[in-house]
Design a protein around this ligand. Sequence first.
Ligand code: SDX
Length: 431
Amino acid sequence: MADRKAYLDMGDGRGKIELPVLEGTMGPDVVDIRNLSRHNIFTYDPGFVSTASCSSSISFIDGEKSILLYRGYPIEQLADQADFMDVSYLLMHGELPNRSEKERFVSRVSKHTMVHDQMLTFFRGFRRDAHPMAVMVGMVGALSAFYHDSLDMANFQHREVAAYRLISKVPTLAAMCYKYSIGQPFQYPRNDLSYVANFLHMMFATPCAAYPVNPVVARALEQIFILHADHEQNASTSTVRLAGSSGASPFACVAAGIASLWGPAHGGANEAVLDMLTQIGDVSNIKDFIQRAKDPKDPFRLMGFGHRVYKNYDPRASVLRDSCHQVLDELSLEDNRLFQVALELEKIALDDDYFMTRKLYPNVDFYSGLLLHAMGIPSNMFTVIFTIARTIGWTAQWNEMASDPDRKIGRPRQLYMGNEPRDFVPLDRRA
Ligand code: SDX
């Protein structure tokens, strides 16, 4: 389409400023404001509600139509037909792998699953009851101390090996966090198992007994990994990109992303959902909690509800609700009280004007916690599971940013509301 323009008139007599309008493959057009600072003007958008921070080809969300695409493939089809290695390769390389590409990718991922043995001593410094996300921030950040020799961001091979190390070592470190918290010995990874089965092995096997992987549970966990793998420029992905824009170690950048994901408004919500369902306890208490969530004076919010982008159903929540039914049925937990509370809470909230007018629907975190709880994963490990899945998204987004020849260091400006210039006051003349 011909070069479209937007015009900005600041109303201060300097006339109209012409700004290019850019169109993506899908989604809203953007006004290119890169040259606005030459007019000594900034835009103001705390929380980046209306700001595109980059151009990307990795994932796409349409919040009104409940669409999520990974490299153009609908999330529902990937959750139903793909495995996590398919999706990891797709996010990193842009296409689904053919048979030989997939075999090579899976083989390389399995060759990087062990961590340097000296990393085991770092765990000793943590209390056994430290939150696993705090340990993950430390342990993934510590990887940057072991791989400083191959970190030229401009070098594709260096970026590729860092990606394999992150995809492969994060599940190993995650399982080690869990083992350390329960006082069991670490389980080394097994290269003969699939990515998901290997993680379940490292989590639940002991030197005394192997862990027989239930295929229904393994498939449900793989769907959780697929559904959480990437999600445009969410808070933790934006954190990884901003940290990476300075040329920092990708391991340190992903550690920053883990810190951001931990927040209860972001990936920490799945743990908060289970705590909330446990606090509600019974369907008879739901109406009281709904009232609290609607009370502007009460800080309580319905965890697992609402989303910055989805103003309709989160397509990932729909897949996970069906998966919940299957797993709870397989494990004979169908009358699971928490699941009944969740189903009734969803029904009541979706019938309530407060939630409907604000377009607050269940998001991905609403059902993931129930599923993980049914699998025997403790709630303080839920966001660690999210971390394993999102590591491929962070890595793909970091790689896309690092390989961009036009990459610039991220350096936002501000609307200054502080003091105007004033002279220093010596101590003996201060009031
Ligand atoms: C994830 O960005 C991503 O893509 C994230 C994620 C990913 O894959 O990376 O999808 C993963 O983080 C999912 C979101 C998980 N978080 C939660 O479930 C926490 C509960 N949700 C809220 O904190 C909130 O909905 C957010 C943070 C998710 C979104 O907040 P916004 O877009 O900034 O919206 P807002 O806070 O401005 O709320 C708009 C209105 C407000 O009411 P009014 O001031 O208009 O009267 O809706 C209300 C809010 O009070 N509201 C809620 C609510 N969420 C918003 N009221 C009750 N319960 C809630 N959950």
